[in-house]
Design a protein around this ligand. Structure first.
Ligand SMILES: [Zn+2]
Length: 329
């Protein structure tokens, strides 16, 4: 009997990754390409089509769906990009129509941070803790976030939900943000923010990466340590709002900045404990709720979460369609 498989695409600002995936197993094959943004959108779509056709030609079995993840903001269900900071020049691009006409078949499309959350829920920390609802923050160059409720991505009425990287953590004189606002979490907890904060308080220290600042903090540098303390505070404030609003069982942190988790976590948990009464009522240390508690911890799948989520998306959409049909009967 022919095996069923899906294809997932992770369209990033730097890398274009395309994978074939066998349900319940692992990647059958992953193709890594550069995203040729300078060559224009049509070249990127052509590269994507060629990679997908190359995987189909391998004869893995029966292809049941194609999922594509992209940086947002993404307007759904139309699949139109709205001024995406990581795909400059793609504002207004009809991504769904372009890919579907290149391939001659339907695709499933979703924001990449939402797909990472879906993968964590299905195959990562959600599976470990038996949770089918979670919120994930990815601390990288920016701060992405995704929300999964009862196994399905919650992307809002127009596809633009789950942007917790832009909740306000500094209401007065906050740092201006790429989204047009100011005082957003992204300006206090991303790798970019860590470098900026270090430069501001060390009198012009030329640290080039968040990893440099992490190494300095490990060595006891007081400025670097204060930067991570502030990262923890910003996350604590953010999680206070998320926990009080959503009462989810699981919140995850992913992305490169998590290498410094030991440095920023103490302040994050302290602020959260002080400011969120729902957290205090449900924290793991509370013996009354130790079985059903609010967990906040590191994601498990690493950088491949987005690509895995793209592979899982068609499977999840098919499952949801079946469930909806059953509930009508
Ligand atoms: Zn912002």
């Amino acid at each position: 009997m022919a095996r069923n498989y899906t294809i997932g695409v992770d369209l990033g600002g730097t890398n274009l990754r395309v994978a074939a995936y066998l349900e319940g197993a692992e990647f059958l094959e992953v193709l890594n390409l550069p995203t040729r943004l300078a060559e224009g959108r049509d070249s990127v779509i052509a590269d994507m089509r060629e990679a997908i056709e190359a995987l189909v030609a391998r004869g893995f079995g029966r292809l049941t769906g194609i999922g594509v993840g992209t940086p947002g903001p993404l307007q759904l269900p139309e699949g139109i990009l709205r001024n995406p900071p990581n795909l400059l020049g793609w504002d207004g691009f009809e991504l769904r129509r372009s890919i579907e006409s290149a391939l001659g078949r339907r695709i499933e499309l979703e924001n990449d941070a939402n797909l990472a959350a879906l993968a964590e829920c299905t195959l990562g920390a959600g599976k470990t803790y038996g949770c089918d609802s979670l919120c994930m923050l990815t601390l990288g160059t920016g701060v992405g976030s995704g929300l999964v409720l009862n196994g399905d991505i919650w992307s809002g009425f127009s596809g633009m939900g789950g942007e917790a990287g832009h909740v306000i953590v500094a209401p007065h004189k906050g740092v201006p943000c790429g989204c047009g606002g100011s005082g957003c979490l992204e300006q206090y907890a991303s790798a970019t923010a860590i470098v900026r904060m270090m430069r501001e308080r060390s009198g012009g220290f030329e640290s080039t990466t968040a990893h440099d600042v992490y190494m300095l903090a490990q060595g006891g540098n007081v400025h670097a340590r204060s930067v991570f303390s502030d990262v923890g505070e910003a996350l604590g404030i953010t999680f206070t709002s998320l926990v009080n609003t959503l009462n989810l069982p699981l919140y995850l942190l992913g992305g490169g900045v998590c290498e410094a988790l030991d440095l920023f976590a103490p302040n994050m948990y302290r602020v959260l404990h002080e400011r969120s009464y729902i957290y205090r009522l449900t924290e793991p240390a509370n013996p009354a709720t130790s079985q059903r508690c609010t967990r906040i911890q590191q994601a498990e799948l690493g950088p491949r979460a987005g690509l895995l989520g793209a592979c899982l998306l068609p499977l999840r959409m098919q499952k949801s369609a079946v469930e909806a049909e059953l509930s009508v009967r």
